[in-house]
Every structure is written in structure tokens, then in C-alpha cells.
Design a protein around this ligand. Structure first.
Ligand SMILES: *Cc1c(COP(=O)(O)O)cnc(C)c1O
Length: 365
């Protein structure tokens, strides 16, 4: 059984992907080629924003977003400790300080009730994450941001791309949306890739410039930037993957439904989708107090599982300097100690899902 099944997906669209790759090899514009323009156009329409900027990864997009906002040393950016390293890593890389707010018990996303007290006069942005496939309460976060001096909200939508919050797509819910096209993400390419979304013309222009070394015109670099471009080949591949993306989301949601039906009546906690949200189930994560034993039983049955994220960011050695303590973010630490992500991909069969459920139900007695 595959944790993430990219082979079945490739088999489904192989001829079209091959053609797209051939087209790029033919025109030879490997960097900033026509497929990138086509993809940005399609993605901005998909998300419903005025702008989409393709980029080199979902890490570089966070960096570009903060550079565009002028965030640097002495500034604070509020985020969550329960996320992939990139989120806080990029805050620190621009020289700012990550300030953590715990997650809520229902969606495992930023606890909005704890956000406002974390805001100081140094706060320059709020960076919520759409963990495991659904967005944080972006409505609540935007409200708090706007009554605190219109703080920009950067949504890290690397896992929630394709999900909706009150009918609007993740990535288009705040000042800047950032996503990743890493192969295992809901919408993935065949290498590294990312995307930025905004309705703000000025920010979009700045982010476009930062993507190419702060260059505004040939041989003219008024601001610092990076090499943050999305390859033409990756854009070409994404164009074909985007065609089947909505169908794949439906399939993921059906798998999640089948897990929910099959795991019922056991002592594990199932993932819950927050009010107004849909989830793309980047991961299907359950909580179990026997997490490690359960992972071992699954492994014995040939079923892969992963403990996302066993060590939360406030306890990572790289952030020792922040002076965070064990016990400081109890919900994060609880989910980190009990969370287990099960195989999740659009091509899991009913039998495969049933096999996973069997192991969990019998292991939990
Ligand atoms: C994957 C991920 C990223 C980084 O994306 P890359 O494309 O791998 O750089 C950032 N944030 C979150 C929440 C992620 O899951």
C-alpha cells in the first residue's frame, strides 16, 4: 500500500504529461517559459485572486512574501509550533523572531482565541498554516489582524491548497497566500515548486521582482531578491495535474469518509473539519494514546504511517534561542505525541482502506 501514490496518478495522465514535456523540450525556454504564464493564469483563476506568482518552492514563497513586506531583524511574526519547519525557519531566516501561538483541539490549526494576546508592537505579520488539508479560522484571524493595525496575514497553504473556507479557496483568503508543489502535497509537481497569491497589485509586483534577484528591468536591481523561479518543466507538469485536481480532491474526501466510517467505535480521535471548512486531506491524521504500538501493528501488516509532527517546532534545537519550554504549548505537544498519519491518496481502494481500519480497530480492542 502506498502512503502517497504518485504512480497511479502518473499512469492516468502519462500521455498528456509526456506531450507537455516534449513541448518544453521543443521550444527550449526552460526558465520563465510560456507554460509558467499559462499556469499562473490558470492558478489565479482557480484560487480566485488577481495574481499568482509561480516560485521555486513552498519555502521560498514564504521567504519572498516576508521580503516583500519588508520584514526583518527586530520584527516578530506570529505562527504555530505545529507545522513543517519551513514556516518558522523562514521567519528566522529573514532575521525576525517567530512567536508561537498554540493550536486548537478541533482542527489542530492556530487557536484564534490565543492570537490577540501574542500581538506586540513588534508584530509585523501573522502566518497561520492550513495543517493536514484545511485552513485555520481565517475569518477570525483576518478580523484580529485588521483591528490590530491591519497586520498582513500570510497563509501557509502548502497543505491546504484546494480546500475552502466559507466557499473561498485556500491561498486567496488573506493578504498573501503561499503554497508548495512538492510532489507529496495535494497538488504536486515532479520536483520542487511553489506559488504565491494576492489581490494586492503592488505586493504582487514586488514579489515578482524578488523572485528574479530584485530585478525590475534588465541590468537593474533596486531591491534584494533571490533566484526563486518555478521551472518551465514543472509548470508544464502542473498544468496537466491541475486538470484532475478537483477529481482527486473528491477522491481524497471519499477515502477520509471511509476511514471515518471504518475506524468508528474505537478509542482513537478522528480528524475533524472546522466550521465553514472543507479539507483536501493532505494527511489523514488520527490521535491515539498507543500511537507507537499502533504504528508498529500497521507496519507488520505492510501499512505505512508517519508521525507528523512528532517534535513540534518550539522544541527543535534550532529554536533553542527562543527560550520556549516543554509544556508551553500543551495542545501542540499532545497532538505531536499522539498523532499518526495514515496512508492517504486519491487512488486508495476500498479494500485498502478497510485493511487499515481493521488493524486500528483490533489494535485498539
Ligand atoms: C511542505 C510545506 C512547506 C514547504 O514547502 P516546500 O515546497 O517543500 O519548500 C511549508 N509549509 C508547510 C506547512 C508545508 O507542509
Amino acid at each position: 500500500m502506498e502512503f502517497i501514490d504518485l504512480k497511479s496518478q502518473q499512469a492516468r495522465i502519462k500521455a498528456k504529461i509526456d506531450q507537455r514535456i516534449q513541448d518544453v523540450l521543443c521550444h527550449g525556454r526552460y526558465v520563465m517559459g510560456p507554460e509558467l504564464d499559462e499556469l499562473e493564469e490558470r492558478l489565479k483563476n482557480y484560487v480566485g485572486t488577481r495574481h499568482c506568482i509561480g516560485a521555486s518552492s513552498g519555502t521560498d514563497t514564504l521567504l519572498i512574501a516576508m521580503m516583500a513586506l519588508g520584514i526583518g531583524p527586530g520584527d516578530e511574526v506570529i505562527t504555530v509550533p505545529f507545522t513543517w519547519i519551513s514556516t518558522a525557519e523562514m521567519i528566522a531566516l529573514v532575521g525576525a523572531t517567530p512567536v508561537f501561538v498554540d493550536i486548537d483541539e478541533t482542527t489542530w490549526n492556530m487557536d484564534v482565541s490565543k492570537l490577540e494576546s501574542a500581538i506586540t508592537e513588534k508584530t509585523k505579520a501573522i502566518m497561520p498554516v492550513g495543517i493536514f488539508g484545511q485552513t485555520a479560522d481565517m475569518t477570525g484571524i483576518n478580523e484580529i489582524a485588521s483591528r490590530n493595525g491591519n497586520l498582513p496575514v500570510i497563509e501557509d497553504a502548502a497543505q491546504s491548497f484546494g480546500a475552502t473556507h466559507h466557499g473561498k479557496k485556500s491561498g486567496g483568503l488573506s493578504a498573501i497566500g503561499s503554497t508548495s508543489f512538492f510532489p507529496s502535497k495535494p497538488l504536486g509537481c515532479y520536483g520542487d515548486g511553489g506559488g504565491l497569491f494576492t489581490n494586492d497589485d503592488e505586493l504582487a509586483e514586488r514579489m515578482r521582482h524578488i523572485r528574479v534577484h530584485g530585478q525590475t528591468e534588465r541590468h537593474h536591481h533596486p531591491i534584494l531578491g533571490i533566484n526563486g523561479r518555478l521551472d518551465t518543466l514543472q509548470a508544464a507538469i502542473l498544468l496537466e495535474k491541475l486538470e484532475i485536481f478537483d477529481d482527486e480532491i473528491l477522491r481524497r474526501q471519499k477515502v477520509a469518509q471511509a476511514y471515518g466510517d471504518g475506524i468508528r467505535n474505537s478509542s482513537v480521535t478522528l480528524p475533524r473539519v472546522g466550521p465553514g471548512n472543507t479539507s483536501v486531506f493532505a494527511q489523514y491524521t488520527i490521535l491515539s494514546s498507543n500511537r507507537d504500538a499502533l504504528a508498529a501493528s500497521l507496519k507488520e501488516a505492510g501499512i505505512p504511517s508517519v508521525s507528523y509532527y512528532a517534535v513540534p517546532l518550539h522544541l527543535q534545537p534550532v529554536f533553542d534561542g527562543l527560550g520556549c519550554k516543554k509544556g508551553q504549548f500543551p495542545v501542540t505537544e499532545d497532538v505531536a505525541s499522539r498523532g499518526l498519519s495514515l496512508p492517504m491518496n486519491p487512488y486508495l481502494s476500498g479494500e485498502e482502506v478497510a485493511a487499515v481500519c481493521d488493524v486500528i480497530v483490533s489494535a485498539e480492542g
